[in-house]
Design a protein around this ligand. Structure first.
Ligand code: ADP
Length: 248
């Protein structure tokens, strides 16, 4: 059953900082094409989990498998990125003095699989790919605008577009709608829903309205492991989840 093919499997991951367990035997499975939200109070281990997946942090124990067989815990950060995992941090790393189009062009040329130098002209197929991505990220009418002049939300979309130019199988997004207007947040949810299926997405978020709009399965992290998992409605009525968020 292809719809239940696992794209990412974290097995018993433990990460300690000076004896403190930021992740404590964390296990998690993401299906191919899934759109998963990760929530949890500050210090729950969300960032550490993303760092382990991308190879930025090495776990003390446990393993991370990507697409059934690839053991990410044996790989370097660039190897993991090249295997098809893209990560978006909160602060966008776009080039303000280049146009929107040029930013996407640069991201495409930076892809190791594209045999091209930065100076080489892109062919019509590559131009089409950029045009498609521009439409997807809702910047079709902003192609020749300087990236630095975009709104906060548009800059976030551009960075997602830059990630997409590398055709990642899995996208990791850290609080993607932080600082966005309600309208931008809604459009971002639509974008993510259109990416799911073709890509798998793991989204760390606090914005419950946004998570509700995404509608997928939600994982609650607490003290470095999974506290609960399910639909947002189910979790919001789960006494363990309420206790973690509201305290005793
Ligand atoms: P979250 O992203 O859910 O807020 P983090 O993964 O950032 O949680 O942090 C989990 C715990 O690990 C926190 O208590 C944090 O203080 C601790 N921690 C994270 N990174 C480090 C580090 N590099 N050194 C020491 N402690 C850390």
């Amino acid at each position: 059953d292809l719809s239940h093919k696992v794209i990412l499997y974290l097995e018993d991951i433990t990460v300690s900082f000076d004896g403190f367990k930021a992740l404590n035997k964390l296990s998690l499975t993401i299906d191919a094409g899934e759109l998963r939200c990760i929530i949890g109070p500050n210090g729950a281990g969300k960032t550490t989990m993303m760092d382990v997946i991308t190879g930025k942090t090495r776990p003390d124990s446990g393993r991370v498998f990507f697409g059934q067989t690839l053991d990410l815990t044996q790989m370097t950060e660039p190897e993991i990125a090249n295997a098809g995992i893209g990560r978006k941090f909160q602060t966008p790393t776009i080039f303000d003095r280049l146009s929107v189009f040029e930013n996407l062009e640069l991201a495409m040329k930076a892809d190791k699989r594209v045999r091209s130098t930065l100076r080489a002209r892109i062919d019509s197929e590559q131009q089409d790919r950029i045009a498609e991505t521009l439409d997807l990220i809702r910047l079709g009418d902003q192609a020749h605008r300087l990236a630095g002049l975009l709104s906060h939300g548009q800059k976030q979309w551009l960075e997602i577009g830059m990630l997409l130019m590398q055709e990642p199988k899995l996208l990791l997004l850290d609080e993607p709608v932080a600082g966005m207007t309600d309208d931008e947040t809604e459009r971002t949810a639509e974008l993510f829903l259109s990416l799911a299926g073709r890509h798998s997405l793991v989204v760390v978020e606090h914005d419950m309205a946004f998570i509700r709009q995404l509608g997928g399965k939600v994982t609650v992290l607490h003290e470095g492991s999974v506290l609960a998992e399910g639909s947002l409605d189910m979790l919001q009525n789960d006494p363990r989840v309420i206790e973690v968020y509201l305290g005793r």
